[in-house]
Design a protein around this ligand. Sequence first.
Ligand SMILES: [Fe+2]
Length: 308
Amino acid sequence: MAIPHRLGHPNLGLGVGLRTTHFAHILDQHPSVDWFEIISENYMDSRGRPAYVLDQIAERYPIVMHGVSMSIGSTDPLNMAYLRKLQALVQRVDAHWVSDHLCWTGVATLNSHDLLPLPLNEESLAHVVERIRIVQDMLERPLVLENPSSYVTFADSTMSEWEFIRRMAEEADCGLLLDVNNVYVSSVNHDFDPVEYIEAVPHERVVQIHLAGHTDMGTHCIDTHDGRVIEKVWRLYHLAHQRTGGVSTLLEWDANIPPFEEMHAEVLKARRYMDEQLEEADEEAAPEPAANRSSVPHPATFVKSEAE
Ligand SMILES: [Fe+2]
């Protein structure tokens, strides 16, 4: 199978999101994790300890940058000051690639600190494609965009999310970050087939995969990143791995964060799901319930607290 192209990027292996709570462990123990993903905004303006720690980690491990504030889908003008700072951080940590989300985060200069979904139609597609091209020209590299999890759809949408993403990637010539947990969460919330989604995305453009836990509320799922990956999401990962030929895989864990070894062990489970002959396994128990169900933080909101 002649699949990998990934915009020419390597398969970095199995990584975890870099979180401040693990700084001391990483500096002391130098765990044998393949790579780290950083939240770009947490370091763009940072001085002092976060910057000091990041520089040391970047000397030892491959770093990928993942942002939450580009707001590629907004009708506000692109924030050129933000993009310049992003570019400076790329140089500083020698980032392999830069990703953000297919979403908008605010309008009229207000930042909602949330990853808001777009109507999916020809007008929004042309808008997003044009803005991706501008960002790529400025960063002098392809942008990698992630499918968001969502909780609402729009009457103005005329195409599926997977069709939008395929056309966006091809027309803007960008990469994709395929979050298989987000595919699952949205498939429950909007009643579509997650397998159809995974099968339809342009596999050769998938540069990275995200895995995460979520909270099943019974009537809907919320993308809480607060626990283990459930078996159904691992099965989607298996499919994505087969279709892409294997790409850099990262576990996101942003609330109720366990000790580093426990988080690392969770992403290492991915090895089992890379097996072509994966046997039918019993469904894993549901992810451990969040300690406080009334508080379901969204990933984009973590940045504020982590950045401070
Ligand atoms: Fe993600």
